[in-house]
Design a protein around this ligand. Structure first.
Ligand code: MLT
Length: 250
């Protein structure tokens, strides 16, 4: 069952839904919005379990989180939209592409991957779920350092993490752990795709972006030196220029 997402909306142009990563909320997109709002009608939801959106009992999938977005587009009377997903938001964007292809105009995959979790990563997520159940969100606060190469961004990212609810954090960890391999689906996409990745990404190595580009060579790939896991936050102008390619020729 889909839930009704909290969102804000700014700008003019083709509809672009911006999907934040883990364990964040829509505020993650604030630095890039000034560059995107001239080109897109930017729709910025808090994903299920984050920000002001509803919490549901963990056990839901990324496909269900994608269904929330499909329902949001219907609610807004938008027949199809571009999606930009950062990290977990990219996993959800890929799930959306699999399940709701007819509502998709194009994809921006930012600091993300189509590969599923390796068994060790999956195991670590289940351990983190147990820690969060016991200690609240404290065990994921350290993500703030891992999200960026430039540590000047750490305090503001930590502030976003601090306001998240443990139940939403646990739900997203489980959904990410159980996600399928999205590479076969990605290879069949016919809509425009851009891929942006930081060369200093310590959470999702740049090889994962190259792996996506290898199955979809017509996609535009931008690799950013000196940037870590969060291109939209760390290099908003360059990332926005790549996203704008979805609606404008290079
Ligand atoms: C994210 O930034 O959304 C997460 O690091 C993704 C992940 O843990 O795989």
């Amino acid at each position: 069952m889909s839930v009704s997402l909290s969102y804000h909306r700014i700008g003019q142009g083709a509809p672009l839904v911006l999907l934040h990563g883990f364990p964040l909320d829509g505020a993650f997109w604030n630095p890039i919005l000034p560059y995107l709002r001239e080109h897109f009608d930017c729709i910025v939801p808090d994903l299920r379990g984050f920000g002001a959106s509803p919490l549901t009992e963990p056990g839901y999938t990324l496909e269900e989180m994608a269904a929330d977005l499909s329902a949001l587009l219907v609610e807004l009377d938008i027949s199809a939209a571009f999606l930009a997903g950062h990290s977990m938001g990219g996993y959800i964007a890929l799930a959306f592409a699999r399940c709701f292809n007819d509502q998709l105009l194009g994809l921006a995959l930012l600091g993300t991957q189509a590969a599923p979790d390796a068994p060790e990563r999956r195991q670590l997520r289940y351990e983190t779920i147990e820690q969060v159940r016991r200690d609240g969100i404290a065990p994921v606060l350290g993500m703030a350092e891992k999200l960026t190469f430039d540590l000047r961004h750490t305090p503001s990212l930590r502030q976003i993490i601090q306001r998240q609810h443990p139940v939403g954090v646990m739900g997203a960890l489980q959904a990410m752990a159980e996600r399928p391999d999205a590479l076969p689906g990605l290879a069949t996409l016919t809509v425009p795709v851009v891929i942006v990745h930081g060369l200093q990404d310590g959470l999702v190595p740049v090889e994962r972006a190259r792996q996506m580009h290898a199955v979809l060579p017509q996609a535009y790939l931008l690799e950013l030196p000196g940037v870590g896991h969060s291109p939209p936050y760390e290099a908003p102008e360059q990332t926005a220029q790549a996203v704008i390619r979805l609606v404008k020729d290079g």
